[in-house]
Ligand binder design. Structure first.
Ligand SMILES: [Zn+2]
Length: 327
């Protein structure tokens, strides 16, 4: 139904959501038709403003989430990077929504070090990300690239597609998602770079994309414990308040247990179950040293924000599932 006819290389590319027709957002479509999650408003970083000389190659929206490459015409490759580096031992997940048609030499989403110039290719049409060992990219044509080598992945992307990037700087891995479907771990050993940034590149005139989600968390026992605890909630628990902000913004921490469902077509908000069926890999908390107050507080906040969290859950369900099921 949402299939987009484009060139052969991106033949499997599709928009993510019913809020998009083949080529553009649907006018006046009811908000509840949209599952893109653009109003979730969790964006921890922005795109860096372009250097002065290259403004005509790349325009940023005022909030620096939306970027338009080659706003007038294209005579080469423009690129952008995030305004903050990815930190070692942290996990990152961000999503970029394609707002315009993907065509031409290349449009790429990925990561790179500061050594990747965003201006050297102004007059060259190239697949910028992955040209050498300093960057990694996913092409709209359905290929990942690093160190000059392309490797195919199952699908490309087009206007209306949501491209997700998960960088795990605890294990040093990089995985891409297209329309929230995992494409597998594409690259390893990313911890060798002292500094990495989120990056975009495009050769296409008036190509536009928006950062719709960007979250991070530090790998820690606390985080692992919190996930276990959230999955262990039981009806009837009455607990003290706290951690409201963390729970309302960190979807991966505070969600109830049924996010592990494999049923991709199930859009219903399911009742909260005491235990997730898919908790076989979770540690049982029998250790008296585990801070019980923390646990109780966590659940308490969940209850106080239950309605809001359940609302978010529908949109976040797929994201959680992906994060808990690394390929
Ligand atoms: Zn949508």
């Amino acid at each position: 139904m949402y299939t987009l006819k484009t060139d052969d290389a991106a033949q499997y590319a599709k928009p993510y959501c019913a809020c998009w027709s083949d080529t553009k957002p649907m006018e006046g479509s009811p908000a509840d038709l949209c599952d893109c999650g653009e109003d979730d408003d969790l964006i921890e970083w922005k795109w860096e403003p372009p250097v002065r000389e290259t403004e005509r190659w790349c325009q940023l929206s005022l909030d620096r989430s939306k970027i338009t490459f080659h706003p007038i015409f294209s005579s080469g490759t423009a690129a952008a990077r995030s305004d903050a580096p990815l930190l070692i031992d942290h996990h990152y997940y961000w999503e970029v929504k394609m707002l315009t048609r993907c065509y031409g030499t290349d449009i790429m989403v990925g990561v790179g070090t500061k050594k990747v110039s965003t201006t050297d290719t102004e007059f060259k049409f190239v697949s910028l990300l992955g040209q050498d060992g300093e960057s990694y990219g996913l092409s709209y044509k359905g290929k990942v690239r690093h160190d000059g080598k392309f490797t195919p992945v199952p699908a490309g992307f087009c206007s209306g597609s949501i491209v997700g990037v998960r960088v795990d700087l605890w294990h040093g891995t990089l995985a891409f998602y297209i329309n929230r479907k995992p494409q597998g771990v594409s690259f390893y050993n990313l911890r060798r770079h002292p500094e990495l940034y989120a990056m975009l590149s495009s050769t296409a005139a008036q190509s536009s994309m928006r950062l719709i989600y960007a979250a991070s968390w530090r790998a820690s026992l606390l985080v692992d414990a919190a996930k276990v605890l959230a999955a262990s909630w039981r009806e009837g628990m009455e607990l003290p308040p706290g951690l409201r902000k963390a729970l309302s913004s960190q979807f991966w921490l505070g969600l109830p247990a049924d996010v592990g469902s494999d049923d991709e077509d199930d859009d219903e908000i399911e009742p909260v179950k005491p235990m997730n069926a898919d908790t076989s890999n979770l540690v049982t908390i029998n250790n008296p040293l585990v801070d019980e107050l923390f646990l109780r507080t966590l659940f308490s906040v969940y209850f106080q924000n239950r309605e809001m969290i359940l609302k978010r859950q529908r949109r976040m369900k797929e994201r959680i599932w992906m994060l808990d099921h690394p390929q």
